[in-house]
Write a new protein. Structure first.
Length: 569
């Protein structure tokens, strides 16, 4: 850890804003800020951006405008001058299963680029970034790493659960109800009741899905305040978290702390450890690789297997477990678990954080979990002794693939391929009852370039679960999965089908093996046969010729490298 407490050198608290604000020749620049509330004294203060991802297109972000104002209060009370600005967000839950989902992962790049654009253009000295839904959270972390200015991330918080007949519900309850409806297990009226009860208000989806996974990972890597990831969206704790984050950025300026002092390979390993212990989303693989890329850290997919061999799954959280994030919040969040992991030597305690303290110092004041709680298992009695996220290779995925193996569905599956060239075709076949026990559903041409956009497959996987086939059917794809997905699933297959990966030449009836123990994804054909098929394969034409999807497809790299759009520069 670098020593950032020295006061021997005077630190410039306005390294960027002074360039745009100081001197007679900058009178025009200053004149633009009087109408937005600046006084003469404000021009002598550090200018701190508040990057708000507020939007009314999703409950995940509908409250973030209020949180942004709280963060601004924190900045102003600490001697800075806050400037709130907005960026986009999209809703995975609303776009799921449609062509609109192609824009989801794309939005991560757009959000990171847009925050960079404002922070850079306005010469802001630092910023607070507030995210709520899946993609704006890694986007915020990416741009914090990229800009390397004093900055902190705030998670908008988890949603409270819905309720039907005394049973707690969330968004995945609705997706799985669709499968139950298709199987005739529930009628139209019950499906309507589920959809109208599951989402009661603001906040991110309530299980250990992608949003809560990434909030926990970002806290573990040191970019947010202690316990920021385990607070309800609608709570005084979350408002206070925002105010403290604003103050923390001013303190970072005073101490000369930048993200490059915080982000390291060890910090990324802490994040991976948390994702595994919490049974988190497969999306974390993509997002942590993208954050590491932005920070110039050499992290690879193989690091997930390396760390996964020694880190157990401890959290009994949905989608594969029993509990919701709101219930984890009630017993103390992730910090008591982090303390246990630290004491077991599974976290790097000397990593610096946005508080100016090390991870170990941040954890010291907090107490352990209350006796009798069932959500987080002890290290000596884990749900799974090693990671649920397994990187597979083999003749289907020579560049790697990501499996989510909770252990409940087993660690081995062999079956017969049922091949589909789009998510829609596979989903319809599932609903029509055309998928049988022992099938391996293959969904291809859904990768970063081929989709483009690498859609999530929550609709087909939830339909499989709703039909009661979760243990009897596997699904593999060059697309990706929602954090709400569970069952025997493998995604992120590389090279993707559009790039001529072996996935492109699989046929109905091919015998496919998924072996999480051997970390193998293979098809039972000879190397000669595979080569012959690939020789005959013809690359399809791009699905989009103009607009952001065409631009994304031309720039994005492999899922095994984070699916980022600036790797070639």
């Amino acid at each position: 850890m670098k020593n950032k407490n020295s006061t021997s050198q005077k630190i410039n608290l306005r390294p960027y804003s002074s360039i745009a604000m100081d001197g007679p020749h900058r009178a025009p620049n200053r004149s633009m800020l009087y109408p937005v509330g600046f006084t003469e004294k404000d021009f002598t203060k550090p200018q701190i951006g508040i990057a708000s991802t507020w939007s009314m297109v999703t409950p995940c972000n509908m409250h973030i405008d209020q949180l942004a104002r709280e963060a601004a209060i924190g900045v102003d009370s600490a001697g800075g001058k806050a400037l709130i600005f907005n960026t986009i967000t999209i809703s995975d839950g609303i776009s799921m299963g449609t062509q609109g989902m192609k824009y989801s992962l794309v939005s991560r790049e757009v959000i990171a680029d847009s925050i960079e654009t404002v922070v850079g253009c306005e010469n802001l000295d630092g910023f607070v970034a507030i995210g709520g839904c899946d993609k704006n959270m890694p986007a915020c972390a990416m741009v914090i790493a990229r800009m390397n200015r004093a900055a902190a991330f705030v998670y908008g918080g988890t949603i409270l659960p819905g309720c039907m007949n005394g049973k707690k519900m969330d968004i995945v309850s609705v997706f799985e109800a669709v499968g139950q409806h298709a199987a005739g297990k529930i009628d139209d009226a019950e499906l309507h009741t589920v959809e109208s009860c599951a989402i009661p208000g603001p906040g991110s989806c309530g299980g250990m899905y992608s949003a809560n996974t990434m909030a926990s990972a970002i806290e573990a890597m040191g970019l947010s305040l202690p316990n920021s990831s385990a607070q309800a969206a609608v709570s005084e704790h979350k408002k206070e978290d925002c105010r403290k984050a604003g103050k923390a950025v001013i303190d970072m300026l005073k101490r000369g702390i930048r993200p490059s002092d915080i982000l390291s390979l060890e910090a990324m390993e802490n994040a991976i450890t948390m994702v595994i212990a919490l049974a988190g989303s497969t999306n974390a693989v993509l997002h942590l690789l993208s954050i590491a890329h932005a920070a110039g850290i050499k992290l690879t997919i193989d690091d997930f297997n390396r760390i996964g061999k020694r880190v157990p799954v401890l959290a009994d959280l949905k989608p594969s477990g029993r509990y919701l994030m709101s219930e984890l919040v009630e017993i103390g969040g992730i910090i008591p678990m982090m303390k246990d992991l630290l004491h077991a030597g599974l976290l790097h305690g000397d990593c610096l954080t946005v508080t100016g303290k090390t991870l170990k110092q941040n954890l010291t004041p907090f107490k352990g979990y209350p006796k009798g709680q069932q959500i987080i298992r002890p290290l000596k009695n884990p749900l799974k002794k090693d990671s649920h996220l397994v990187i597979l290779r083999g003749n289907i995925a020579p560049g790697g693939a990501v499996a989510k193996i909770s252990g409940k569905e087993g660690e081995y599956f062999a079956g017969s391929a049922r091949v589909f060239d789009s998510e829609e075709k596979a989903f319809q076949a599932i609903l029509d009852g055309k998928i049988r026990k022992g099938d391996v559903i293959v969904i291809r041409y859904e990768g970063p370039k081929g989709g483009p956009g690498m859609r999530e497959m929550l609709s087909p996987t939830s339909a499989v679960m709703g039909l009661g086939l979760g243990k009897d059917v596997a699904l593999i794809t060059d697309g990706r999965f929602s954090g709400g997905t569970h069952g025997f699933v493998v995604g992120h297959i590389t090279p993707e089908a559009f790039d001529g990966g072996p996935l492109a030449v699989l046929k109905d009836g091919d015998s496919i093996t998924i072996d999480a123990t051997q970390r193998l994804l293979s098809v039972d054909i000879s190397a000669k046969e595979l080569k012959t098929r690939l020789t005959k394969w013809k690359k399809p034409k791009p699905r989009y010729r103009r607009g952001i999807l065409a631009k994304y497809a031309s720039l994005v790299n492999s899922a095994s490298e984070g699916a980022v759009t600036d790797a070639q520069f």
